[in-house]
Design a protein around this ligand. Structure first.
Ligand SMILES: NC(=O)c1ccc[n+]([C@@H]2O[C@H](COP(=O)([O-])OP(=O)(O)OC[C@H]3O[C@@H](n4cnc5c(N)ncnc54)[C@H](OP(=O)(O)O)[C@@H]3O)[C@@H](O)[C@H]2O)c1
Length: 270
């Protein structure tokens, strides 16, 4: 405020201070946001929930989208609806990431965007949690997500640009009793994302995490009491709310980076 007033009254000392640094590039903050028109995107876990909504959102904004998951019938139907393509597969298959990138490049063009979304949840108290299912979750949420992240970033580095969006969680920033292992998988994804962001700073390869709170998807469908009830969140996020956030991350002007974006239902407390 004081600086603005001084500028109006033309204080020569402060005016000099307000000049742009000689080494700083000035870009208009009103510049158009990046367009998704014609961009090529891969979305994992696209047979339901957040992944499906993200695929629709990106396709609706003009992107050409390759969707993947295991339930191929759903994928084929989605791909037809959005004018994209589908490649079925288990994210635990170590060959899948390269296959996805190769198929997308061959049939849609070089890949600009990877949304690393496939994930599962396993929670429970010490006495009853199923350790084998916990280990399976670690493989899907960490091992497979890391493998795809590295493959995607290598592809982006080769072509000089690209954006990796990792679907983390509010649980990637905090823990709750019974959910330590799930939180741990998302903390791991956050750690990798931040390290990659640092490695890739000053390039046009970007990495972001989106961190949703409770979203109404199939993720909790096996739970005896749904978290809408146990957490007293009768109005959870819809997958489309998260999809809009992903589009927001992907459409910023090129000098802007958003490493983390948390999105919560209005009723979220802890
Ligand atoms: N729902 C929430 O409250 C919430 C909150 C924060 C973060 N998240 C995160 O959001 C992401 C998406 O979850 P969602 O809520 O949309 O749940 P969802 O409806 O259950 O979707 C999970 C997706 O992951 C895919 N997937 C799971 N295991 C796979 C495997 N081995 N191979 C290939 N694909 C696999 C599933 O496809 P197939 O079964 O067809 O393979 C499905 O498309 C997850 O990473 C989750 O941790 C969810």
């Amino acid at each position: 405020m004081a600086r603005a007033t001084a500028a109006r009254t033309a204080d020569p000392g402060l005016l000099a201070e307000l000049q742009p640094m000689p080494y700083a590039r000035r870009v208009s903050t009103n510049q158009d946001t990046e367009s998704l028109q014609g961009r090529v995107a891969i979305v994992t876990g696209a047979s339901s929930g957040i992944g499906q909504a993200v695929a629709r959102e990106l396709a609706g904004s003009g992107a050409r989208v390759l969707v993947t998951a295991r339930r191929e019938e759903r994928l084929t139907e989605l791909a037809e609806q959005i004018g994209g393509m589908s490649v079925g597969g288990d994210i635990l298959d170590p060959a899948l990431p390269d296959r996805l990138i190769e198929r997308a490049c061959r049939e849609l063009g070089d890949v600009d965007i990877v949304v690393n979304n496939a994930g599962v949840i396993e929670v429970g108290p010490v006495a009853t949690i199923d350790i084998d299912r916990v280990c399976e979750m670690v493989r899907v949420n960490v091992e497979a997500a890391f493998r795809l992240a590295y493959c995607a970033v290598r592809h982006f580095q080769q072509r000089g640009r690209g954006h990796l969006v990792n679907v983390s969680s509010v649980m990637g920033t905090k823990v709750r009793p019974t959910a330590g292992a799930y939180s741990g998988t998302k903390y791991a994804l956050e750690a990798l994302s931040e390290a990659l962001r640092m490695e890739l700073a000053k390039t046009d390869v970007q990495v972001s995490c989106v961190e949703p709170g409770l979203v109404l998807t199939e993720l909790h469908q096996r739970w005896p009491v749904h978290p809408t009830e146990s957490m007293e969140i009768p109005t959870p996020l819809q997958p489309e709310d998260v999809a809009r956030c992903v589009r927001f991350l992907l459409t910023q002007p090129s000098h802007v980076r958003i490493p983390r974006l948390m999105v919560l239902p209005g009723e979220h407390v802890v």
